[in-house]
Design a protein around this ligand. Sequence first.
Ligand SMILES: O=C(O)CCC(=O)C(=O)O
Ligand SMILES: [Fe+2]
Length: 277
Amino acid sequence: MMFDWFQAINHGIDGSFLEKVREISKLFFKLPADEKKKYLREENDVEGYGNDMVLSENQTLDWTDRLYLTALPQDQQRLQFWPQNPTNFREILDEYSSKIQLVNEVVLKALARSLNLEEDCFLNQYGTTAKMQARFNYYPPCPWPEKVLGVKPHADGSAITVLLQDKEVEGLQLLKDDQWVGVPIVPDALTINVGDQIEIMSNGIFKSPVHRVFVNSKNERMTLAMFCMPQTEKDIGPVDGLITNERPRLYKNVTFTLDFFFKNYQQGRRPIDACRI
Ligand SMILES: O=C(O)CCC(=O)C(=O)O
Ligand SMILES: [Fe+2]
């Protein structure tokens, strides 16, 4: 199997800028609850500040606070959910998104070349605009760490996810050969994994890894996941060069909307299973 998760260093984003990104996240989560509530997610929406969408009484909630925002394209930003405080929040997130967009392009081209395909074959499925969702995750210390998870097992619905990990506190684990393996902290690295949409586009050659986050009783942890993907109105499917007699088409063409993703995810189903032929 090909790699599905790696740590990128020399990605072109300064350590000092990554610090600024961590800083706006921290300043936001440290605001008084009343102030954060101004950006509260609405009941049936994913964007904004809050926790899981509650879809059933049996659902286990994640031990986390998060702020979920559409970062790109800029004209789809819903600024009512963007913190006014810290005052440079928007400037920093905009700059970070455009830098991550470049990382996304480099990675998708490299993935294509590694399969001897034309380098734009994945990017061509993006349509006219790329989409990017930012998820700021805050995991408070937890008095019963063995009883809950920071994020329950899931795979990402993105094409790729670029994660800025906490500088000091580990928590991310990925399922490899039925074992949970910790993802270490590498200073100034970006942790990159493929999501369901690259699994589909690559006709299953790249696998969108299942991962989860554990919490601990002593330390809080903060991360920022950037979900990079094609514009959501556009359907995607396995690229032509990867459908052969030996390897028939494994996935349908689908329009991978956020709604489709979350309805499955919150009920403990993998959205990608709904895409298989
Ligand atoms: O916080 C982490 O380490 C990972 C978070 C994650 O998997 C996600 O936001 O999809
Ligand atoms: Fe994830």
